[in-house]
Design a protein. Structure first.
Length: 593
């Protein structure tokens, strides 16, 4: 008996990903489904700002204007289904634009739209109910630009059951575009929690495009042919397991360590990765290298989902302006710091004189002198340093004054001051995200296919038992009589970092399983927090994944608000794994070859 396999290609990891993904996957002949992930919290803020200017905007235009324009005739001819969360905060407008494109090509795909994620109409009642931000505890703001619940996979599956060729969703969890296809194809019930957890992991692995096929890999030098890197394909089975591969002849790398890095990317507690359809436990997942071009993933476990959706909302919180310049020469860092501080001092005095009030936030950062490394910086005497100054203010007029006062630094203060051409920096609306939990019972979900509207029943979930605790790695004892030497962590581990709001997550994977006890002993929350003392304001949490010989670290209050709220140059903590991999770790001398 042949084992049914559903083949899904991930063509986009974010709004702005390369245009080569969709054509490459469609031409490969390897896929039944083509899925796209466009939405992050930062993206939702951008889309909210766009819709505020134009009611017809608010969706990921690249999906229609680039991806579908390239491949729509081929996907229709080959019977490939397409699922995308490109709808953003305006999925009907996205569907209308795609329908117009298709009509111009003489095509008539059956397009479904998943609706219900927009909960902005509930905001007055939620404020009255005392709902607060789930991270900061602050009350909900008086005005919001958008408020969208993270929906799950069941409405996607229902749309496919209604005969949709293309499914467009708004805000949903990133993996839902993959899980929905598998629920439909395998006929899973809402209670098939282990299968749903495995499918969720498959979706999580491919939701960031080439990050599953060598992108961002710690050992980047071993990844061939970046220019032609292959986009990921998961071949999925009824039991929830799957195998990852990529189109033949493409660049990139299919390797176990890279897949484990991606599994850990942007998750919190790996024993309680909470999604609308299932609470996932990835701690005992096994990742096996099957061949040079194939990795098998098994062992995800699931429990009942919680009774709430996470809601991602946005608010307009004034204006922001960011200016930068480069300082060259002796003592460049000192000159750059003084330049940034002088700009802030001068403009604050101007604002005070005009009765505009002070900035609500000021960020002065230096680059080229390893400021992101804090006390671990090695290049404080760099002779080329960029200074970046960011200010926030309730009034556009105020940040306009700041924008005007950047350029005079080029002739007034430090020798060796230069800056890119292009004129003054432009003030921009400051759109900040906030998040809260909302009972699923308050969020009716439906699928619209043409004029037909189909109600979707979503189980409300439950507050069930937590995952069983796992024993920590065996206690490490330094070998008696053997000297210890220091090596950078990168000699012992792979790592990748991401973000969730103001939390930076760093997944650390032991290069050899037997090294994990030492890593657990060295990478204590206290040691990690000390390494990031210049950045982390909150606590550090640590989680153990024995199945993949890995550790997940959560650095709270590490991103100055995170996402669009953060004024940092690296607001998503993308560089934090690289900073950690430079940490010096003591190992037995016999380990150093």
């Amino acid at each position: 008996m042949n084992r049914k396999t559903v083949r899904i290609g991930g063509a986009s990891g974010f709004w702005g990903d390369s245009s080569v993904g969709a054509p490459q996957l469609v031409a490969s002949g390897m896929i039944d489904y083509l899925v796209f992930d466009y939405l992050a919290e930062t993206t939702m803020a951008i889309l909210a700002g766009a819709r505020a200017k134009n009611p017809e905007a608010g969706y990921a235009t690249d999906f229609v204007d680039t991806a579908m324009k390239q491949v729509l005739p081929q996907v229709m001819q080959r019977g490939i289904k397409v699922i995308a969360n490109a709808g953003g905060i305006n999925p009907r407008a996205c569907a209308a634009a795609l329908q117009a494109l298709a009509s111009g090509m003489g095509l008539a795909p059956r397009i479904a739209v998943v609706e219900g994620d927009d909960v902005s109409a509930l905001m007055p009642q939620l404020r009255a109910d005392g709902v607060r931000d789930m991270f900061t505890g602050e009350p909900l703001p008086a005005r919001v630009l958008s408020a969208n619940a993270y929906l799950g996979a069941l409405p996607v599956a229902r749309a496919l059951a209604a005969g949709a060729d293309i499914v467009i969703t708004g805000r949903g969890v990133d993996s839902a575009v993959t899980v929905g296809a598998l629920v439909y194809e395998f006929g899973w019930s809402p209670g098939d929690y282990d299968r749903l957890a495995g499918a969720s992991l498959a979706g999580h692995i491919i939701e960031c495009g080439c990050q599953a096929t060598g992108g961002l890999f710690t050992d980047w030098g071993r990844v061939p042919d970046w220019a032609h890197i292959g986009y990921p394909v998961v071949e999925c089975f009824d039991d929830g397991s799957f195998e990852l591969t990529k189109p033949p002849g493409t660049g990139g790398l299919i390797e176990r360590a890279c897949v484990v890095e991606q599994m850990l990317y942007e998750i919190g507690d790996p024993g309680a990765y909470l999604l609308p359809d299932v609470s996932c436990d990835f701690r005992q997942v096994q990742v096996e290298q099957v061949s040079a071009e194939r990795v098998r993933v098994t062992g995800a476990k699931g429990r009942a989902p919680t009774p709430t959706y996470k809601v991602s909302a946005t608010q307009l919180d004034g204006w922001r302006c960011a200016g930068m310049m480069v300082i060259v020469g002796i003592d460049a860092a000192k000159k750059a710091r003084r330049t940034g501080e002088a700009i802030v001092e001068r403009t604050r005095e101007i604002l005070q004189a005009q009765g505009l009030g002070d900035y609500t936030n000021v960020q002065v950062e230096l680059f080229g002198c390893e400021s992101l490394y804090g006390e671990q910086a090695r290049t404080g005497n760099s002779r080329e340093v960029m200074v970046r100054v960011v200010v926030d203010h309730p009034k556009k007029e105020a940040v306009g004054i700041f924008a005007r006062e950047i350029a005079p630094a080029g002739t007034s203060w430090s020798p060796g001051t230069t800056m890119p051409s292009g004129g003054r920096p432009a003030p921009a609306p400051l759109v900040k995200p906030f998040s809260f939990l909302l009972d699923k019972a308050r969020v009716p979900v439906q699928v619209r296919v043409g004029e037909e509207v189909i109600s979707v029943s979503v189980p409300e979930g439950s507050v069930g038992p937590a995952a069983q605790p796992l024993a920590e790695p065996a206690a490490w004892q330094d070998p008696a009589g053997e000297p210890l030497v220091e090596v950078p962590l990168v000699r012992l581990a792979w790592a990748r970092s991401g973000d969730k709001g103001d939390i930076s997550n760093i997944g650390v994977v032991a290069r050899r399983p037997e090294w994990l006890p030492l890593l657990w002993a060295r990478l204590t929350p206290e040691a990690v927090r000390a390494h990031f003392a210049h950045m982390v304001k909150g606590r550090v949490e640590r989680f153990y994944l024995p199945g993949t010989s890995a550790i997940n670290l959560l650095l709270h209050e590490a991103l100055a608000g995170g996402g669009p709220a953060s004024a940092r140059f690296d607001p998503l903590g993308k560089g934090n794994a690289q900073v950690l991999l430079d940490m010096r770790v003591k190992v037995p001398a016999s380990w150093v070859g």
